[in-house]
Design a protein around this ligand. Structure first.
Ligand code: ADP
Ligand code: UVW
Ligand code: MG
Length: 401
């Protein structure tokens, strides 16, 4: 079964094509700068263990439809194509960030499902509108395929009430759904399963630490999420590329009442101008790492704040779990940045966390341990694969029922 996985962002589309049940992707790619100047497509084809990379710079890609059309061209290309026609795609799996309380599981997309995803726009303004658009475009381009939604929030539907309720009047929860939802669930679920398999312990007490552009942590036991750092929307918790993470809500009133910000400006400030960007002027950790090497004071402070927030939540989640078997670092920064891992684990020896700095510096694409050999707590680096997890969930839903 050919399953095409789509992760639509506001100006980008990430995609991968899998033939299930084999897990090997046939191709993958990234369409960037949709609707902007100088759009780019990077398309990778995997044949016979080899990887071929095709880079395109189309004159324009005005919208997501043009973006997916260009991808379809590549998928069906005479020389490099991995399929002959769109009908060979039997299912399209969509990453949908916010599923609210309606969706605790992977779901075949109907008009009602789309309406619910739309109703949740205000709760995930950076993500759900793009995800919804991706679905509508994929419906046009792959009309024969089943469209399936895999929600970032679904994995966290197991949170106990003490973790998902806010101390607000009851009606705000019961009538307006104001609660913790949590995000990056597909990634937390995938890396937790990989880590549990590596440890040979399905009941392992894990703290999964997803550090990409968006960042979040989860306390996971027995494959169930017990708490997570993002909340009602994907803004709470850790410091991120452009998002502030946790802050005192009274700052918002101060910004509005005394500093002349409109609510929309506060929204923009906290989602797009804060986090590492606000602290350093850069949101990409590689750039911040280079600035740090050159002695940049702001980069140093930003790294400290970023790692300190992670460390605080490690302490909190060790308490939630009643002990700890492993920390699991994943996503762009978590997989690739030894300094973040070192700073976040520094001072946690009392919990049994001891990093082996030589192991920490190594780079491989595989699941690996970076703890000292005799440390009581494992520290793992586990490459995430949200696309594969989405494809597998689609396959289970459609094929295995
Ligand atoms: N080698 C690296 N060293 C440090 N940071 C890295 C490295 N490679 C990627 N990153 C960081 O990972 C982040 C993006 O992570 P990713 O998981 O791809 O995010 P997303 O899926 O949210 O776009 C960026 O901040 C980038 O700088
Ligand atoms: C939910 C979320 O923050 O996603 P991303 O990291 O892709 O922005
Ligand atoms: Mg990501």
């Amino acid at each position: 079964m050919n399953i095409f996985v789509v992760n639509s962002g506001s100006s980008s589309i990430k995609y991968q094509l899998f033939r299930l049940p084999a897990e090997q992707p046939l191709c993958s790619g990234l369409v960037e700068r949709i609707g902007l100047a100088a759009p780019r497509i990077t398309h990778k084809v995997y044949t016979g263990g080899e990887e071929q990379v095709i880079r395109q710079s189309p004159a324009s890609l005005p919208d997501h439809r043009a973006g997916l059309q260009a991808v379809l061209q590549l998928l069906t290309d005479d020389a490099l194509g991995v399929i002959r026609e769109p009908s060979e795609i039997e299912a399209v799996g969509h990453r949908v960030v916010h599923g609210g309380e309606a969706f605790a599981a992977t779901t075949v997309i109907t008009e009602e499902v789309k309406a619910e995803i739309k109703r949740l726009f205000s709760l995930a303004p950076l993500h759900n509108p793009a995800n919804h658009l991706g679905i509508e475009v994929a419906e046009q381009i792959f009309p024969q395929a089943q469209q399936v939604a895999v929600f970032d929030t679904a994995f966290h539907q197991t949170l106990p009430e003490q973790a998902y309720r806010y101390a607000l009047p009851h009606a705000l929860y019961h009538e307006h759904g104001i609660r913790v939802y949590g995000f990056h669930g597909t990634s937390h679920k995938y890396v937790a399963a990989q880590a549990a398999a590596h440890l040979g312990n399905p009941d392992a007490r894990l703290i999964t630490i997803h550090l990409g552009n968006g960042c979040s942590m989860a306390a996971v036991r027995g494959g169930r999420s017990l708490d997570t750092t993002m909340g009602f929307g994907p803004l709470a918790g850790l410091i991120m590329g452009t998002r502030s993470g946790d802050l005192d809500p009274s700052i918002i009133f101060h910004l509005i009442e005394h500093l002349g910000y409109s609510p929309a400006e506060v929204n923009n400030l906290l989602n797009k101008q804060s986090g590492m960007l606000g602290l350093t002027g850069m949101s990409d950790m590689r750039d911040i790492g280079r600035a740090l090497d050159e002695g940049d004071e702001r980069a140093r402070l930003a790294y400290e704040l970023y790692a300190y927030r992670i460390k605080k939540y490690i302490g909190a989640y060790a308490a939630v779990l009643g002990g700890l078997d492993a920390l699991v670092f994943t996503a762009g920064v978590g997989e690739n940045d030894p300094l973040t891992r070192r700073l976040a684990c520094q001072g946690l020896e009392f919990l049994g966390v001891r990093i082996d700095e030589q192991q920490n510096q190594l780079r491989t694409g595989a699941v690996r341990e970076i703890n000292e050999a005799d440390a009581p707590v494992k520290v793992l680096v586990v490459p995430t694969n949200e696309e594969l997890e989405i494809a597998q969930q689609c396959y289970e839903l459609l094929h295995l029922g």
